[in-house]
Design a protein around this ligand. Structure first.
Ligand SMILES: Cc1cc2nc3c(=O)[nH]c(=O)nc-3n(C[C@H](O)[C@H](O)[C@H](O)COP(=O)(O)OP(=O)(O)OC[C@H]3O[C@@H](n4cnc5c(N)ncnc54)[C@H](O)[C@@H]3O)c2cc1C
Length: 285
């Protein structure tokens, strides 16, 4: 059981006897295609198996990641916290990425490099782990329960493994205290409470509740903050570990077909009778 990872311990006493101490929180946030956009507006390039938006619809922050930011800010409101938002990608939309800062996060780190354009979940976790080591101090890492683009829900688990810390998934309430984190995990029709030693990774679900709106003061404050940007070189990454271990062999939009037959009759009752006969012929009733 990892009580406090010596490798990343910054010299502070590990919460012994402490009550509601301020915590160092890193929130992992992913920029994704807007899931509200109709599927027909997306195109798949068969050669590269990449998806592009035909309408140029702007990206958004993954919904569950906004829940994770909210969880961090609730901890900050209650006991004080330093909240760092961290994202891995090749291209970021500045206005989108600033949203967690305008909600109240303290700073943002973008691991940004052309080499991060087509990573698999394992490689994303590797980049996140190295960036978190470079950030240096962390008690709690929060992430979304899954990303709405590929829905893999793998990154936080791999990240926890790489950092040698426990991972608790699908949280609806997160309460760090005295070197431990108590987590309410959403279950079908209820919840369970589990505890893990800090530092730990916790993934957050939408059952936590609505993320707060950014107010004008927050938006102004965010506009003055500049993200720290780290390349693959800045992070000292091993290029071999960025190579995908998972290959996408095929990617397709489901082929939906509609066949409509209008049943008419002398009147409604006659049309109903004919419909019933058709359905019986088709062995549907
Ligand atoms: C055909 C195909 C093409 C792809 N093309 C691209 C591409 O062009 N660009 C691209 O970025 N990905 C691309 N991907 C996705 C990529 O392979 C990884 O699957 C993805 O980056 C990892 O996210 P996930 O869906 O596994 O996240 P999950 O494991 O579902 O994410 C869970 C949580 O982990 C955290 N997290 C995940 N990813 C990041 C991140 N990048 N930064 C910070 N936190 C994160 C978030 O908190 C998120 O809520 C592609 C996937 C496929 C199948």
């Amino acid at each position: 059981m990892v009580l406090y990872s010596q490798q990343f311990w910054d010299g502070r006493p590990p919460f012994v006897g402490a009550l509601l101490m301020p915590v160092e929180i890193v929130v992992c946030v992913k920029q994704v295609m807007d899931p509200e956009t109709p599927a027909y507006t997306y195109r798949i390039d068969p050669a590269t198996r990449r998806i592009t938006s035909a309408t140029g619809t702007p990206a958004v922050i993954n919904g569950f990641d906004e829940n994770a930011v909210e969880a961090a800010l609730r901890i900050k409101d209650k006991q004080g916290a330093n909240v760092t938002v961290l994202s891995v990608g090749s291209q970021f939309t500045a206005d989108v990425m600033k949203r967690p800062l305008s909600m109240g996060a303290d700073q943002m780190v973008l691991a940004q490099d052309e080499a991060f354009g087509n990573l698999d979940s394992f490689a994303v976790a590797y980049v996140l782990a190295e960036a978190i080591k470079k950030i240096g101090k962390f008690d709690l890492i929060l992430a979304g329960r899954q990303a709405s683009d590929w829905d893999n829900a793998q990154v936080p688990l791999a990240l926890a493994e790489m950092l040698g810390v426990p991972c608790v998934t699908v949280a609806q309430k997160v309460e760090p205290n005295a070197g431990k984190v108590s987590v309410q995990r959403t279950l079908p029709g209820g919840y369970e409470v589990v505890e893990a030693p800090l530092p730990a990774v916790v993934t957050v679900s939408n059952a936590l509740g609505e993320p707060r709106y950014a107010n004008i003061r927050g938006i102004m404050a965010a506009s003055r903050k500049k993200p720290t940007v780290w390349s693959a070189k800045d992070l000292g990454l091993d290029p071999a570990r960025l190579a995908p271990r998972v290959q996408v062999l095929d990617l397709a939009v489901p082929n939906k077909q509609k066949q409509v037959e209008i049943i008419t009759g002398d009147n409604d009752a006659d049309a109903g009778r004919k419909l019933a006969l058709k359905l019986r012929e088709a062995k549907l009733i």
